[in-house]
Design a binder for this molecule. Structure first.
Ligand code: FES
Length: 85
């Protein structure tokens, strides 16, 4: 069986986050976390795992993907503008 997993759309726009250098972030890939855009463990059993990202700069503002369809994980690439519906 070859099923493609479809993540849940957490929200159809990104999350603006100010990074802290050296901090490790776990970006939610499944879309089910209540702590968006980060993982809260809700992916268990979904087939998804969070993506680890370590910030190398301090104070940089970045856009973490909220629709979970970006091709430049974990950051927004504008994919939310092409969601169906
Ligand atoms: Fe979504 Fe962990 S809750 S990847």
């Amino acid at each position: 069986m070859n099923q493609k997993l479809e993540p849940t759309i957490a929200r159809p726009k990104p999350y603006l986050i100010t990074l802290e250098r050296g901090r490790t972030y776990f970006w939610c890939r499944c879309g089910k976390s209540a702590r968006q855009p980060f993982c809260d463990g809700s992916h268990k059993g979904s087939g998804f795992e969070p993506m680890k990202y370590v910030a190398s700069v301090d104070g940089e503002e970045v856009l973490f993907c909220g629709c979970k369809r970006t091709a430049t994980q974990p950051f927004c690439d504008g994919a939310h503008t092409n969601l169906p519906g």
